[in-house]
Design a protein around this ligand. Structure first.
Ligand code: NDP
Length: 507
């Protein structure tokens, strides 16, 4: 590149950035003129600097790295050759809090990863908890969202204001969980010490949803993916996390950035739990229910790769803020399952990106595939900035300009490219499905309570974290319902939460 000099956005040079075009008086004042293009363009751009913040997952850490393959259990190109390396972009966020919030706030952490594979992009949109449960975003904004500002104006969300004032956030939070007890498994994970990770380098991530690994012969397995830190899991106590939130709201971002600058590259092992379709049919748990895990004993972890984060973003806005992740971004060999929450996300995530970044968001450098893209149905639209497929027709299979397809190039049967339909035979009528709570929903949370009991202090920490939160609920009727909810997991847990909370209220 020739030597760089200062210009306006269209490349036109300006002699000085501190020159203003004014009608000056002789006392140091001046009237601005419309012909001060530098001033007007700079101000106009400044007031358009912010793009809509993500409604959820606004606050995040970001880094680049690579996934090294060590497996052969799918035909996915990025996982079919030992040692093959795939570039990765990682963005780890809290869920509820806004972009300006403290990143050590207690919350589930979203783990969004873009794998730039040699057959297109694959996004893994996971969490740091193996189960997940979503509150109704309209009636019950998730924890920490009572102060949510409108993304563009930074004003309070006026639609929610009456509701927020009438019912304090904590009351809503617990009234929601008492009325929707299937979230209890997630709630226990959130209030365990893992709800306040000490560093992104020290947390695990899980697909939560069931996905499929498919092969070209049409066979497939159900999988759940586990990403486990080599740095060991480390968490803040409640007190440490709260203190850090006051001292440095960007603590987790800084921790990751500085570790990578020091060349202490964090590493995770990537595992899958694998289930045969026949096992899925007989399994005790509904594998399409995101509030349930698959037991490690029955479905042991098998390593498929190693993830290393080794490069910081050079510009946070273009690399991380403009990144868009969606579970619908999948490559051959990897497919969605019939989990209804996943099905909804397949639509919602790209739709959110179209709203937030514009219809051509896939062209932004951070989102663009590293392989040629040929999708001539999708043309034009705001901010198109490639050649827009030039003079090609806006359809495929033109007899004048024939189109090649993946099976032709690979010399495989068209049916071997998954359309996510394996194992699915849909019969019957469209029905309205309503889920119901049974004692089964408390079995795995009870197991988690036992898991915590294996590590000194973990159960006490959970009880203390819950008490510190529930004590803010003014209604004793609601508090009693909350104790009953935890007692349904384990009587001792319910009693200890009740005792600790009521004592804290008296203090
Ligand atoms: P296991 O005893 O085989 O596994 C328990 C798992 O719990 C561990 O492998 C570890 O997973 C995770 N764990 C350990 N300490 C904590 C902690 N302080 N907070 C949260 N998770 C912790 O039992 P099961 O597979 O039968 O599962 C029992 C319960 O463990 C489940 O109900 C679930 O709540 C929890 N769990 C299960 C996972 C699964 O996929 N089966 C994954 C994570 C938790 P890891 O190494 O991934 O951290």
């Amino acid at each position: 590149m020739s030597q760089r000099y200062y210009t306006l956005a269209e490349g036109c040079p300006f002699a000085s950035s501190s020159t203003a075009v004014l009608m000056r008086n002789n006392r140091g004042g001046g009237l601005g003129l419309l012909q001060d293009i530098q001033l007007i363009e700079t101000l106009a751009h400044f007031s358009r600097e912010r793009i809509p913040e993500r409604v959820v997952h606004a606050k995040a850490v970001g880094a680049y790295g690579e996934l090294a393959d060590c497996s052969d259990i799918t035909s996915a190109s990025f996982l079919n050759e030992a040692g093959k390396k795939t570039p990765v972009l990682l963005r780890v966020s809290t869920v509820g809090p806004e972009a300006g919030s403290a990143d050590t706030a207690r919350d589930v952490h979203g783990w969004a990863m873009k794998l730039y594979t040699d057959e297109g992009n694959l996004d893994w949109v996971f969490n740091n908890t193996p189960v997940f449960f979503i509150r109704d975003p309209i009636k019950f904004p998730s924890m920490n969202r009572s102060h949510k500002r409108h993304p563009q104006t930074h004003l309070p969300d006026v639609n929610m204001l009456n509701y927020i004032l009438l019912y304090p956030e904590l009351t809503k939070h617990y009234s929601f969980h008492v009325g929707n007890p299937e979230g209890i498994h997630e709630l226990l994970h959130l209030f365990s010490s893992r709800g306040t990770p000490q560093s992104i380098r020290h947390l695990n991530a899980y697909s939560g949803h069931t996905y499929k690994f498919t092969k070209e012969d049409g066979s497939f397995k159900y999988v759940k993916i586990h990403i486990k830190t080599q740095q060991e899991v480390k968490n803040f106590t409640r007190e440490q996390a709260t203190k850090m939130a006051g001292e440095n709201p960007d603590f987790l971002i800084q921790d990751m950035f500085e570790a990578i600058e020091r060349k202490e590259y964090p590493v995770w092992n990537v595992y899958v739990q694998i289930m045969d379709p026949s096992e899925a049919e007989a399994y005790r748990w509904n594998i399409f229910d995101m509030t349930k895990v698959w037991s490690h004993k029955e479905f042991p972890l098998r390593q498929i790769g190693k993830l290393t984060m080794n490069r910081n973003p050079s510009n946070y806005f273009t690399d991380i803020e403009q990144a868009a992740f969606s579970p619908s971004t999948m490559v051959p060999g990897f497919a969605a399952s019939a989990d209804p929450v996943l099905q909804a996300r397949l639509f919602a995530y790209p739709d959110a990106a179209r709203y937030r970044l514009g219809v051509n968001y896939q062209q932004l450098p951070t989102n663009a595939a590293k392989v040629p893209v040929y999708c001539p149905f999708e043309r034009d639209g705001n901010m198109r900035f490639d050649d827009n497929y030039g003079a090609d027709p806006n359809y495929v299979n033109s007899c004048l300009q024939p189109t090649r397809f993946y099976p032709d190039v690979k010399n495989i049967k068209p049916s071997s490219v998954s359309l996510h339909t394996e194992h699915e035979q849909w019969t019957g009528e469209v029905t309205a499905f309503t889920s119901h709570i049974t004692d089964d929903d408390f079995v795995q949370p009870a197991e988690l309570w036992k898991v915590l009991g294996r590590q000194p202090g973990e159960q006490d920490m959970l009880v203390g974290n819950l008490a510190a939160s529930i004590k803010g609920v003014k209604s004793s009727t609601l508090r009693n319902s909350v104790y009953a909810l935890f007692a349904r997991v384990n009587k001792d847990l319910g009693a200890r939460v009740q005792k600790a909370t009521e004592e804290a209220i008296k203090q």
